[in-house]
Design a protein around this ligand. Structure first.
Ligand SMILES: Nc1ncnc2c1ncn2[C@@H]1O[C@H](COP(=O)(O)OP(=O)(O)O)[C@@H](O)[C@H]1O
Ligand SMILES: [Mg+2]
Length: 162
């Protein structure tokens, strides 16, 4: 499906995208990447943004089913890209534990070595923390999760190889 077809097919406005299918992790990453490129982010940072976006969108699909992503440039002095991923799912009962590497759905993955008995490796939110400059995870009321991440564009915009 082309991006235009996707846009017509779905509620996918310029800086916002609904999340309901696996392919949405790609569409969301592509949209954020395009925006980041226009802002002057280097290639390496754009890859990192794509990985973080994909992790957050995948979590929405796995744990909430559906949600939405939006992004914008903040009005700080150093250019920054802010991405907001929200859903109406069950929320996260223990946020510090969820961010800890190796714990998926509250269980240490080493206790479940067989991947068929778990949905993840428990390293997604940890990776998002490592890749972004700021991460804020909140439970929404009455239900759901809201994750706000910010990446600063503090590299030279061109002539880099990442
Ligand atoms: N949007 C969400 N809604 C509900 N729970 C979530 C959401 N995102 C993450 N979680 C919880 O946080 C845990 C850690 O997430 P993550 O680090 O991405 O690891 P993984 O997805 O591999 O388990 C998940 O196992 C899940 O319990
Ligand atoms: Mg995950």
């Amino acid at each position: 499906m082309t991006e235009d077809a996707h846009r017509g097919d779905r509620n996918c406005a310029d800086n916002c995208c609904t999340i309901s299918r696996e392919i949405d992790s790609i569409w969301c990453s592509r949209k954020c990447a395009r925006f980041a490129k226009e802002m002057g982010f280097c290639e390496n940072d754009i890859w990192e943004l794509c990985i973080a976006t994909s992790e957050l969108v995948t979590n929405v699909l796995k744990y909430a089913g559906t949600g939405k992503l939006s992004f914008s440039a903040t009005d700080s002095q150093v250019p920054e890209l802010e991405i907001v991923v929200e859903d109406d799912g069950p929320g996260i009962s223990d946020i510090p534990q969820a961010v800890t590497d190796g714990i998926s759905e509250g269980i240490d993955v080493s206790e479940r070595p067989d991947p068929r008995t778990r949905r993840g490796l428990g390293a997604g939110l940890g990776a998002v923390h490592r890749l972004m400059d700021s991460v804020d995870i909140q439970n929404r009321h009455p239900r759901g999760t809201k994750v706000v991440v910010i990446k600063r564009c503090d590299h030279a915009p061109s002539g880099e190889n990442g």
